[in-house]
Design a protein around this ligand. Structure first.
Ligand code: 6R9
Length: 648
């Protein structure tokens, strides 16, 4: 059963840029002749030197190479700011809504220009040049956007690290890309609680023994007293006084790097996903326009944090390239009350609202009251991203939040894809709750089986992409071999997404979740290997295995099996200690929800942990463990089942 179908409302079919026939025509054109299609749509951004070459991409084994618009030059900050000044200098570019409901700011395109130039000059005065990497570790304040755009203006490559990551995680990311400059704030503020960002930066740098970090620019957010190194550190408000509001845009090649964003994979430490300039901007701007059917004057709000790719592409780059008004929210959905999202929508007359299923499920538990206490009359379109949305949450979002009038775009994509790949277009594609529906222009999804056989028609298997699109990541920073091994070795000549999916008889795609050792906790990607290595770094732990299990609100929870050192005893206290340890080592998002002490783990005779069995036990499916005959010691399993931890 593919459930209910929600037809495109008639006013949408006429209002939208693309209707059903338009989608078919444009999609056909985009896959029949990608170079011609993207040659035309690449012109939506301004080029200093127009491109003559459009597509030069190969997924060939051992020789993966992805280039778009490779002889064109442009600048992302120019496109997101300067280009709009003739017509939009006085238009609001960013609405900032503070954690505290009494705080808000409206930043016009002219003000954005001046602030970005000032911050760029502060960086330039400290030696930042084209190609240099700059780490940004910031709360959701306008200066985070200024910092990213300032880097783009100078041609520096930003690496934004989510403010919830620990000093250790931050240190690893600073070291991997070799940034000499860090931009941070004294403290962050979320849900009334303070986050010690500057202290974390100090701890990270200490861990690196200095690590080549030459400058730390500190934005004052809460005004807390923080340690300042007189040589290395400077307050932004002081440095800002010394510079002008004019700074030229560096001319960048389309394939010059724009940013690095670290993301978790199934093995090893997080990968530095590298995105470049021209194709990324074309793709994010185009998807922002068509997926959200963005028209001039719309107020658009994406609730992500700029520490994730959704914040990069759909708070900042896509919307600003389109001259939009984009809302940036510092807080959380349930502070001060569970009505906060809906109050912000009413306060700023938001038309388009884009959030994650985990937030919807959490708010759903608070009932309809906090939603119905608000009007939401300005809302026209709802969006979802980050993980599969279960049909119940979809229906609630549609009926309660959208008063059954707003289409929902369930957008499937990844850090690696730069922008949205599978999604409804609100004026063109009927929605089915739980399905990301159909591919965007230029995207060629395929369903393959374990052997790589391409499956036709209705089928279930792994999701791969048969050709490149302009927003695709170009490499893993500093490790092209790892890029090829991770994404192009499972299925030759195809990009492997790591996701499983089903395609129904209407050709709709239903993403079923990760098929690798990545779990998706509240829409955040976590490598099980990362959590395991944090656990075994604890002196009392001898071995650990981490798997995901279904969680009502988070989508997936983190379930850790831990074997202790011979002379250690399991206890409630140790359980808490280990949870806190992981939180400290990686960050709060990695804290295990459930920890089971296991005298030993199920292994094959060659010593490999059988994760399949551990997953089944965590999922509560121990009637269905599959083949256990290869286990070295089958007795281990019954102990694991007897001591399984309770859910939620
Ligand atoms: C944008 C983003 C990517 C992984 C992806 C998939 C899951 C994202 C989804 C979805 C089902 C959707 N995912 N959107 N699954 N339906 N609409 O989230 O990037 O953090 O890299 O995560 O998230 O499993 O592979 P990222």
């Amino acid at each position: 059963m593919d459930g209910k179908v929600y037809e495109v409302p008639s006013e949408w079919a006429s209002r939208a840029f693309v209707d059903a026939a338009g989608y078919k025509r444009l999609y056909q054109a985009s896959v029949a002749d990608p170079a011609a299609f993207w040659a035309e749509h690449g012109r939506r951004i301004h080029w200093f030197t127009p491109y003559a070459k459009v597509k030069n991409t190969s997924f060939a084994p051992g020789a993966v190479s992805i280039r778009w618009y490779e002889d064109g030059t442009t600048n992302v900050a120019y496109n997101c700011i300067d280009r709009h000044l003739d017509t939009r200098a006085g238009q609001v570019a960013i609405i900032w809504e503070g954690d505290d409901p009494s705080e808000a700011k409206h930043i016009t395109y002219q003000e954005l220009h001046d602030e970005v130039c000032r911050l760029a000059n502060v960086l330039r005065n400290r030696g930042v040049e084209k190609g240099d990497r700059v780490t940004i570790y910031m709360p959701m304040i306008p200066e985070a956007a200024y910092a990213m755009l300032a880097c783009a203006r100078l041609g520096a490559v930003h690496s934004v690290v989510f403010g919830g990551f620990s000093p250790d995680s931050l240190a690893g990311r600073i070291e991997d890309c070799g940034s000499k400059m860090i931009i941070t704030a004294d403290e962050g503020l979320r849900g009334g609680r303070k986050v010690p960002l500057k202290a974390n930066v100090d701890a990270a740098i200490e861990r690196l023994g200095g690590g080549g970090v030459e400058h730390v620019v500190v934005v004052r957010r809460t005004g807390a007293e923080v340690a300042m190194d007189p040589v290395r550190d400077v307050y932004y408000h002081d440095a800002r006084e010394m510079v002008t509001a004019e700074c030229p845009c560096e001319e960048m090649n389309a394939e010059d790097p724009l940013f690095i964003l670290y993301t978790s994979g199934s093995t090893g430490k997080p990968k530095g996903v590298l995105h470049t300039t021209g194709g990324y901007l074309v793709y994010t701007a185009m998807t922002h326009q068509y997926v959200f059917d963005y028209h001039d004057g719309d107020i658009y709000w994406c609730t992500a944090d700029v520490g994730w790719v959704t914040g990069h592409s759909y708070i900042l780059y896509g919307p600003l390239a389109n001259g939009a008004t984009t809302l940036m929210f510092e807080g959380v959905p349930n502070y001060p009350t569970n009505s906060r999202f809906w109050e912000v929508i009413d306060k700023h007359k938001v038309n388009t609202f884009y959030t994650a299923p985990t937030a919807i499920r959490a708010l759903m538990q608070a009932g309809e009251g906090p939603v119905k206490a608000t009007s939401r009359a300005s809302l026209r379109l709802l969006g979802s991203v980050g993980e599969p949305i279960n049909p119940e949450a979809w229906e609630w979002y549609h009926r309660v939040v959208g008063d059954a009038r707003c289409p929902i775009v369930d957008t499937w994509w990844q850090t690696e894809t730069g922008g949205i790949l599978i999604t409804p277009l609100p004026g063109a594609i009927p929605q089915k709750p739980g399905s990301a529906t159909l591919p965007f222009f230029g995207i060629k999804p395929e369903v393959v089986d374990a052997e790589g056989k391409v499956l036709d028609g209705a089928a279930e298997g792994n999701l791969v992409l048969a050709d490149s699109w302009p927003g695709q990541m170009r490499t893993v920073y500093g490790d092209h071999q790892r890029f090829m091994d991770t994404y192009f070795s499972a299925y030759p000549n195809k990009y492997f997404t790591g996701d499983g999916c089903r395609r129904d008889a209407d050709g709709y795609y239903w993403i079923t979740g990760r098929v690798d050792d990545v779990i998706n906790v509240s829409g955040h990607r976590m490598g099980t290997a990362e959590v395991e290595s944090a656990l075994v770094a604890h002196a009392k732990v001898s071995e650990a295995a981490v798997v995901g299990y279904p969680h009502d609100i988070k989508g997936q929870g983190i379930y850790a099996y831990v074997t202790l050192m011979a002379d250690e005893q399991p206890s409630e206290e140790l359980r808490k200690e280990l949870a806190a340890w992981v939180r400290r080592e990686i960050g709060p998002i990695a804290q295990p929800d459930l920890i089971q002490f296991a005298p030993s783990l199920p292994k094959t005779r060659s010593g490999k942990i059988m994760r399949r069995i551990l997953r089944k036990i965590a999922e509560d499916e121990f009637g269905n463990l599959g083949d256990t005959s290869t286990l070295a010691d089958p007795g281990v399993v019954s102990d694991l089942i007897d001591n399984r931890q309770n859910k939620q």
